[in-house]
Structures are given as C-alpha cells and as structure tokens.
Write a protein that binds this ligand. Structure first.
Ligand code: UTP
Length: 306
C-alpha cells in the first residue's frame, strides 16, 4: 500500500468547539456546551487530556461565540490560585493548575458556525501541511480505552486519513456519518473506507459503522474543504470532504482508513449520553464512587418497586 506523509509525525491536534449546542439549550445560551461539567471537570478538559496522553502537545481550539470560558479554563487563574495557596489547599490548587500545564493551547475563531468541515478548514494555517488529529470537543472517549494512539499509528503506517468507527444499532445510524468499508489486511480493527454518507436513513445506510469524533487527517483535506459545498443541514460537512478523499489516489493525499473502536464513548452534546457519562464516571471515581453507588443502588431499587 502506498503512503503519503507517513514519515511526517503527527504532533498537532485541532479541537472544534464552536458549535451552537442547540440540543442543550438553555444551558448553552451563554456557555459553550464543551464547558458543561462531567462530574467536576468540563467535558473539554477530558478531550485535551486525551490529546496530550497521545503525545499531541500542540492543540488548536476552534472557538466561536462565548469563547472566554474555554480560553480561561486553560489559562492561569492567579487570584484563585493565590487564595488556595494562602489557605494551604494543595489538592484544589493542583486541580486548578492541571488544565494549564496539559498542552500548548492556541485558539482560532470560526466566525459563523458553518459546520464541522468549515471549523476544520480554519485550522489550515496552524496545521501547516502536516497530518493532524481532530478531536471533537463534545465527544468523550474513556481514558481507559485509548483510541487516538492507534489511529496515529495507522496513519503513520498507511498514510492518507483515518476515521474512528463504532458499531451502532442500525436504528441509530441516522444520527452519525456512516462508512462503507472493506478489509485492508492491516489488522482486525482496521478497514479501508470506500464510501461515507452523512446521517443516512437506516434503509440507505451502507453499514452500521458510525463515524465518531476522532480523526487523523492528511492536510490535502484543506484543498477538498475549499471546494466542498454546504451539504446536509446547509452545513459544510467534514464527512463530504472525507468522502471525496476516499476517491482520490494515495499520491494526492487520498485514501481513508477506519479504526474500529469498541470502548466506552459518550456524546456529551446529547443530553441522555451526557447523563450516562456523569453517572458512569462518578460511580467509578475513588472519592465519590462509594457514596454515589450506594445512593444509586437505593434509587434504582425504589424505581423498580414503583
Ligand atoms: P455538533 O453538530 O455536535 O455541534 O458538532 P452543534 O452544532 O454545536 O450541536 P447541536 O446539534 O446544535 O446541539 C460536533 C463538534 O463540532 C463543533 C461543535 O462545537 C462540537 O464540538 N462544531 C460544529 C464547530 O466547531 N463548528 C461548527 O460549525 C459545527
């Protein structure tokens, strides 16, 4: 298999966080949905931690309206830190500082939220011709089920672009981008993506492989995005640009591979999944878990009685 850019290491991550978050209104009227807490950390911090854990220390966040909270969260909070230091509250001081030292953060504004494809396109200058990772700011991958490192490995070996795939119930595929795949001989969890469709009806879906919010992209995606017309929902869809890349030759940055993810993942932009993430992560926490689990058991038991 021919490779493109396979020897240029992946060092940069782009985190789109400029969507309107309408499914979460009114909570997201003045606060980005990526700042909603999952237990006691905003969802976006888990995402930045994941990028850093995969060795990506240069992170470009694509922000829009209400960007202040996102930037402030990854910046020093001098007054707060001084107060905690004076009180000798070392534990909280450490937690407040954690987000600051994770990565080198950069920010760019999207202007109008014209879709995920458009959000990625505003990263072109920063990415500067290298393959790069994209992590959606509201998509949470459980840190115990690493995915990004495998995707980077596949990109480095095979070149082209890599998407993350998850098997979903066919009745749910209309909520996702959907991939048609064929084996490519690189391992049981890796496929060649032959086609992509954004949010198909169940009857038209080529498979039940949903594209989830992690990508490692060849920089040729920017040329394609420039030509990509608004698609479903009137938005410039990343799926449409990737579909075009599936048809291009490896020599021109084409080919898309899919890595099958079987771990735990939460769409924190969806209210029900957001609640699942909180319940699961809280009940597994050493500090909160025991008390929360015992309350949860009682609650479930009383619900079953009714
Ligand atoms: P979503 O489609 O889930 O975000 O995009 P949304 O449009 O904010 O959500 P709803 O449907 O209105 O509730 C996935 C990710 O892409 C970002 C979002 O911030 C989210 O992290 N995004 C989406 C952008 O950065 N810009 C866009 O124009 C659209």
């Amino acid at each position: 298999m021919t490779t493109t850019n396979s020897r240029i290491p992946v060092t940069k991550a782009v985190v789109p966080a400029a969507g309107l978050g309408t499914r979460f209104l009114p909570a997201t009227k003045a606060t980005p949905k990526e700042m909603l807490p999952v237990v006691d950390k905003p969802a976006i911090q888990y995402v930045v931690e994941e990028a850093a854990a995969a060795g990506l220390s240069d992170i470009l966040m694509v922000t829009g309206r209400n960007k202040r909270a996102l930037e402030d969260h990854f910046d020093r909070a001098y007054e707060l830190e001084e107060l905690l230091a004076r009180k000798g509250d070392e534990d909280r001081l450490r937690r407040v500082r954690e987000s600051v030292d994770l990565a080198n953060m950069h920010y760019v504004r999207q202007g109008d939220p014209k879709g995920l494809g458009h959000a990625v396109s505003v990263a072109e200058q920063h990415v500067a011709g290298q393959p790069f990772a994209v992590l959606l700011g509201d998509d949470l991958i459980d840190p115990r089920d690493p995915l990004l490192a495998r995707m980077i490995e596949v990109q480095q070996e095979l070149g082209g672009s890599v998407v993350a795939l998850m098997e979903v119930d066919p009745s749910q595929i209309h909520l996702y981008g959907c991939a048609a795949v064929k084996p490519n001989g690189f391992g049981e969890d890796v496929f060649q993506v032959t086609d992509l469709v954004e949010k198909p009806d169940t009857a038209d879906a080529p498979s039940n492989y949903a594209v989830i919010g992690r990508y490692v992209l060849d920089p040729s995606v920017f040329d394609v995005l420039r030509e990509t017309k608004p698609g479903r929902g009137g938005e410039i869809q990343l799926t449409d640009a990737l579909r075009e890349l599936t048809t291009r030759s490896p020599e021109t940055g084409g080919q898309v591979h899919g890595v099958l993810f079987k771990g735990r993942r939460y769409d924190t932009g969806d209210r029900a999944d957001y609640l699942r993430a909180i319940v699961r992560l809280a009940s597994e926490r050493e500090d909160l878990g025991p008390e929360f689990r015992s309350w949860l058991r009682e609650f479930v038991a009383s619900e079953l009685q009714d």
